[in-house]
Write a protein that binds this ligand. Structure first.
Ligand SMILES: Nc1ncnc2c1ncn2[C@@H]1O[C@H](COP(=O)(O)OP(=O)(O)O)[C@@H](O)[C@H]1O
Ligand SMILES: N[C@@H](CC(=O)OP(=O)(O)O)C(=O)O
Length: 559
């Protein structure tokens, strides 16, 4: 569609793209643009281009290349930059759960074709869960029964049905299906499923979804190239099931993807979630939900303009919609808020995924592949906090808490040092901490404990060690409710929160406001936690909280 376009100054903060634009040649310093362009509406928005378009959602093209309108400046891409990969689009399991969904995702990718995206895919639907359950069952079902495992049949049927419905060759995945069954036979024979084998087993999900998707794009004449992350430089620690990405990954991945693109452009389709252990050379996984981290790592490695994370919800929501159905999308978040939210248990983002985006200063957009028109959530370094009170409520359940009171065998300084050195020696992560001179209460990171066996023995061992210097109370089945928001308004948040807790008859067992300044954590009993989240949501998001306040609370009330 050719159109004449008038755009005034852009309000949305878009630092990474602005940075990128600054290396391009400005064509005009005037804050108004007035020329004839070919317009590609993104997400189905802005087909009418006059006046108040959401300019952050617009890409405007003219024949000479891309014209970017960012932070009120305009610039024209050089020939060279017009040829680069510019964004990453990650689609989670829910987005690619069937042949129909893969077609939908292909349409979305085509809408962004001019952006030259890198695509990251998770395994189809619940494939990862099914593979891991099949592995557990294979340990004790006997080799003769492996081929009858319900989960293996499910995975085979799903993938074969998908290739058939998409009209791609079965040979795209037949080798993987064969190897998968061989692996399960091996597990049955050994009667053992090690973390290393678990990762290799889980990798079949992403290896197959990406092969199917790339084959489908090629079938519809969109040139695509499949990549296994462990073959293109995703180097990790050898901490199977929860590996960390090492620095060497960034240059290696950039070199491979960029090099291939320059030689022979084809949309890269990369497996999410997977890496290669630097010592063992074996396949590793980045922890459940790890494809988000794959996407942000690629974004940083290639210095891309935007990282899109496509889910089955309208962005990051004010709380888990499974706990409270009236949760609403949060339009803007900072990296710090998103990181805190993810770390404290919001399933929507992988806990480590914000780190590369923050380091590369690359905006992350969380979108709904089932509802692409919804604006989603934009995550950037900074945002306007003047009206912000609470952003989101996050619940982490089944947490273990320890109350540790000094027996005064050690001095005040020695006490805390000794407590934390015990956790260091036992390699157990601590989540929330509150201290006084002679006591400390803390929660243990359940994901770190769950990833191991012998949980109870480990806990007993911690308690035994701590009891050498303190009186210890182990409290299980606790929940952490994290209030993520503008801690500049902490008094207002706490006043409101405690009012809600009192009216619901809930006693808080520990409270912590960390140095991050975006999070207040409250520890309550598991049995009371969901009810609290719903009550907090009503109080903070379904009433005019700023309107209720007068005086200093209505502004930024930092002391
Ligand atoms: N605060 C939240 N905002 C959005 N979704 C949330 C939140 N907390 C939990 N969720 C859950 O996270 C799911 C999306 O994450 P995930 O399943 O990892 O997506 P995908 O597999 O598409 O990457 C949603 O369907 C929702 O049920
Ligand atoms: N397939 C992996 C990795 C992942 O990121 O999945 P998803 O994007 O569907 O959460 C998992 O289930 O953990």
């Amino acid at each position: 569609m050719a159109a004449s376009l008038h755009v005034s100054g852009v309000k949305t903060p878009y630092p990474a793209i602005a940075k990128r634009a600054s290396c391009l040649r400005p064509v005009c310093s005037h804050p108004w643009l007035d020329f004839s362009v070919s317009v590609a509406p993104v997400y189905g928005l802005c087909t009418s281009l006059k006046g108040s378009c959401r300019t952050q959602d617009l890409r405007i093209r003219c024949e000479a290349g891309n014209v970017d309108i960012r932070n009120g400046t305009e610039s024209q891409c050089s020939e060279e930059s017009a040829n680069e990969l510019t964004c990453v689009m990650k689609f989670g399991g829910s987005s690619v759960a069937s042949a129909d969904r893969m077609r939908e995702v292909a349409n979305l990718v085509l809408r962004f074709r001019e952006e030259r995206p890198v695509i990251v895919l998770s395994a189809m639907g619940k494939t990862t869960n099914k593979l891991l359950i099949a592995g557990e069952k294979a340990v004790c079902c006997g080799v003769a029964n492996v081929s009858d495992l319900e989960e293996l049949s499910f995975v085979k049927d799903l993938h074969l049905r998908t290739v058939d419905e998409l009209g791609v060759e079965r040979c795209t995945i037949s080798k993987h299906l064969f190897q998968l069954e061989q692996l399960l036979n091996g597990i049955a024979m050994m009667k053992e499923l090690t973390p290393r084998t678990k990762d290799y087993l889980a990798s079949f999900g992403e290896c197959m979804s990406t092969r199917i998707f790339a084959a489908y794009l090629n079938k519809i004449d969109v040139k695509a190239r499949q990549y296994d992350a462990f073959d293109i430089g995703f180097i990790t620690t050898d901490e199977f099931t929860n590996a960390e990405i090492l620095e060497a990954t960034y240059p290696a991945v950039a070199k491979r993807l960029h090099g291939d693109w320059i030689k022979d452009p084809a949309i890269p389709i990369v497996t999410g979630f997977l890496g290669k252990g630097w010592r063992t050379g074996a396949v590793t996984t980045l922890g459940r939900g790890g494809s988000d981290l794959t996407a942000t790592t690629i974004g940083k490695a290639l210095g891309l303009g935007e990282i899109q994370v496509w889910k089955d919800v309208d962005g990051v929501l004010t709380c888990d919609p499974n706990i409270y159905s009236r949760a609403e999308p949060v339009p803007y978040l900072t990296f710090d808020e998103a990181a805190e939210l993810a770390y404290f248990g919001a399933q929507v983002l992988h806990p480590q995924s914000m780190r590369p985006a923050r380091e590369g200063d690359i905006p992350v957009r969380v979108k709904n592949s089932y509802n692409p028109k919804a604006p989603g959530t934009l995550i950037t370094r900074a945002r306007d906090m003047s009206q912000a009170v609470l952003t989101s409520i996050v619940l982490k359940q089944n947490v273990t808490m320890l109350d540790i009171v000094s027996t005064r065998m050690l001095g005040q300084f020695g006490f805390l040092a000794k407590v934390f050195s015990i956790f260091e020696e036992l390699e157990i992560s601590v989540d929330v901490v509150a201290t006084s001179e002679v006591s400390v209460s803390l929660t243990l990171d359940p994901s770190k404990l769950w990833s191991r066996e012998l949980i109870q023995q480990e806990l007993d061992h911690v308690v035994e060690e701590l009891e050498k210097i303190a009186v210890v109370k182990l409290l299980q089945r606790r929940s952490i409710i994290s209030l993520i928001g503008n801690v500049q308004r902490s008094s207002l948040i706490l006043e409101k929160a405690f009012h809600v807790l009192r009216t619901n008859g809930v006693n808080v067992q520990m409270i912590s406001q960390g140095a991050s300044k975006v999070n207040i954590s409250l520890i309550v009993n598991d049995s009371e936690a969901e009810q609290c989240v719903r009550a907090f949501h009503s109080a903070f998001f379904e009433s005019d909280i700023l309107g209720l306040v007068s005086g200093p609370e209505s502004g930024n009330d930092s002391i």
